[in-house]
Design a protein around this ligand. Sequence first.
Ligand code: NDP
Ligand code: 8X3
Length: 254
Amino acid sequence: MMEKIALITGASSGLGKSIACKLAKDGYNVIITGRRQERLVELEKEIETHYDVKALSLIFDVRLYSEVEAAINSLPDKWRNIDVLVNNAGLAVGLNPIQEGVIDDWERMIDTNIKGLLYITRLVSPIMVGRRSGHIINIGSIAGKEVYPNGNVYCATKHAVDALSKAMRIDLLPYGVKVTQICPGAVETEFSLVRFNGDEQRANQVYEGFKPLIADDIANAVLYAVSQPAHVDVQDVLVMPSAQANSSIFNKAK
Ligand code: NDP
Ligand code: 8X3
């Protein structure tokens, strides 16, 4: 049996990749998941080269329960006892007023950010409950605390993550399973490139004139949460760039 195991969704990029590396550095064997196989296979090699742990990639789309179920059921016995689940896979698509919203964008956000998180949690939490131990980290957002113009459905999905984090904490409390929500402000990753369908110029504009967070800043928060003693649960962490006061007020260079 392996000592410590963490499963990180959305590890092919951004926060998930950095979280996987930090946890591996801390001695976790990591199950890294996403849809882009080549990236995950490369990360698997990178982790096993640099750290004294094992890495295993699982390729699936979190929106498809049958794929998620098959992936979790395919885990070899020695990988099944997951200690830490990081529900990170997620995205924003588009930035339109509600009356101009694109239905397919809404479906992608709701299916990924809410249903995907639920599917994985439904499959992994019984393992934790059975072992009377475990830690679920949900990556929320400042967008789950406040709404901002044109953020409507993305903000709603992250408000759902906020609600689900509180709800999971209640349901899992009797079984010694901790739940932490980590809510970042603006982090420079592929997030805006995805939101604006590959439009690099528009994506770069999001981070102009101020210093955004980097993925490692959020991975540090995850490491802090999982490193606490058994009697301490870091419930909710909001990490913002120093130049960002709330979801829409920034101190940008003129
Ligand atoms: P990235 O676009 O860099 O990474 C997103 C990750 O999610 C990728 O690994 C992607 O993998 C995975 N993913 C997306 N859709 C699916 C899917 N259907 N099935 C499986 N995996 C999927 O963005 P971030 O790292 O910034 O985003 C990570 C999380 O952080 C998200 O939940 C986001 O909402 C949240 N967040 C981000 C902030 C930011 O400013 N960047 C701020 C606050 C929260 P693949 O494409 O290979 O499937
Ligand atoms: C991502 C941060 O402010 O673009 O969750 O919604 S924001």
